[in-house]
Write a protein that binds this ligand. Sequence first.
Ligand SMILES: *Cc1c(COP(=O)(O)O)cnc(C)c1O
Length: 328
Amino acid sequence: MNKIPVLEKELAPTCIQELSDSYGSNHIFMKRDDLVPFSFGGNKARKAAEFYREIRREAPDIVMTYGSNSSNHCRIIANMAAGMGLSCHIISPEENRELLNNTKLVQDFGAVIETCPVTKVAETIEKRQAAYRKAGKTPYFIAGGGHGSCGTEAYVKAFREIEAYERENNLYFDYLFHASGTGTTQAGLVCGSLLSGDEKRKIVGISIAREAERGRNVVKESIREYLGEKFETLYREERLIFTDAYRCGGYGQYTAETVGTIEKVMRREGIPMDTTYVGKAFHGMLAYLADNDIRNKRVLFVHTGGGPLFFDGLEKNVLFSEKTGTPY
Ligand SMILES: *Cc1c(COP(=O)(O)O)cnc(C)c1O
């Protein structure tokens, strides 16, 4: 098994930068997790760094995971397996198979992609793992999206980076915002906050797909799993804010306003965002601040990556097309 040197040690803290004053009275900062230094970065790279160390200890033959072959998660896991010289086996739902930049990369990294109906996923994963074991191989399975305590741990660490930045710069972020999907990122940030006794801060997950009840329950379960016995004493419902008000109808959906915000942030700050996760959540954050009449606060948005999706947007003329390139 090969080493990937950048993943051997703890990741260096990602930078936090102040944005221009183009977004109303709040002072917006951004934590650039899109710049995590592996495979276009993002939250899946931060989570993968935790799995990397476990894979090194367990020395499996095959890395297995579940997810769409066009996902950021599958790109990064396939890239990591390729770098380590391990085989990679991805179980992918056969529904909505779009050929995106991530898909091309996953294929190029040599991952085996096995598709099955979404209803048969759990069964297929079990069967395939059993078949590998029977053949004398050791598979290492990573849940879809890097869900689980390893993934949560990655964002507890990110939270500690945020606190260190605050101490060094003598400031406090009243709000944290980010795109919430499987909920692991949010669970990690909330656990970090609960463990450090940070009382006033609000952490707002902008749902990119799930409706409030389901999304919230999944985040809560991840928090429970990570905190274990400490859950009962530390957890309070009001510390978990998950809103589905800006999901534009569901996964992958966005509006002309989402596109407008993405173009503005790219022009003004030089920061790329995609329509499925980060741009949708950044736009949702601006709407949340306006809808709740929040003013003059210090706000940190966590950029969770998805770089290749920005280029999908350019290629498909979703971003910066003549139609949408309105001056502002
Ligand atoms: C997966 C993903 C998310 C959502 O993160 P979760 O931990 O699943 O909630 C947000 N942004 C990007 C770019 C992602 O790839």
